[in-house]
Design a protein around this ligand. Structure first.
Ligand code: GRF
Length: 202
């Protein structure tokens, strides 16, 4: 299945997906890496991996978010994408793109949703005193970090954790979870998917 990746920055989750997709047995082939940020290190990484990589700078569309998303959608279509993975894509999506890709767009979020949607999840997890934290792969819907959960991985919060230490522990699991959840998503039988068979990585 041709899958596109949208990112804004570092691209470590994109790297994990690209590496997983190198295995011929993996059900996704990465057909495009797109960024709203022309300077995203993730774009260079994708180019070095020999993949088509393209920037569509949101700043050239002024305040017109939908025009930016129309350009993204056109690029996704042109690349033949059948599903999209958001991997550190730091722009809120409008209903234009969430509707166009409903049921075919995945996101990874660095918390155990529905706890801590939004930003600064690791600081907030420490402040809340939770003992388990982690990451979630979910389908993208209009509400931010709200769609159906496809998979989660949990990590312990340790007594002397800083936000950076916790973030690193979660990130390691993100890199495991995202390829597994994408594979699960692409290969699950729709007839049994209604059972809510989300993936758990322990
Ligand atoms: C990850 O923590 C991801 O969960 C969040 O943004 C970060 C992106 O990191 N949505 P990277 O660009 O994949 O390295």
């Amino acid at each position: 299945t041709p899958v596109a990746i949208l990112l804004s920055g570092r691209g470590s989750n994109a790297t994990a997906l690209i590496e997983a997709a190198r295995d011929p047995a993996f059900p996704a082939r990465i057909c495009l890496v797109l960024s709203n940020n022309p300077d995203a290190p993730g774009l260079d990484m994708a180019r070095r991996a020999g993949l088509p990589a393209q920037a569509i700078d949101h700043r050239s569309f002024g305040k017109n978010r939908e025009a930016h998303e129309r350009a993204i959608d056109a690029a996704l279509q042109a690349a033949g994408a059948e599903a999209v993975c958001l991997a550190g894509y730091m722009r809120l999506l409008t209903p234009y793109l969430t509707t166009a890709w409903a049921g075919r767009m995945l996101n990874i979020h660095p918390s155990l949703l529905p706890s801590f949607p939004g930003l600064h999840t690791h600081e907030r997890a420490l402040d809340a005193g939770v003992r388990l934290h982690g990451c979630t792969v979910h389908l993208v819907t209009e509400g931010m970090d709200e769609g159906p959960i496809l998979g989660q991985a949990a990590v312990p919060v340790l007594p002397d954790d800083t936000a950076d230490m916790l973030a690193a522990r979660v990130l390691e699991q993100e890199h495991r979870l995202y390829p597994l959840a994408l594979r699960h998503f692409l290969t699950q039988n729709p007839a049994t998917a209604a059972n809510g068979a989300a993936l758990v990585v322990a």
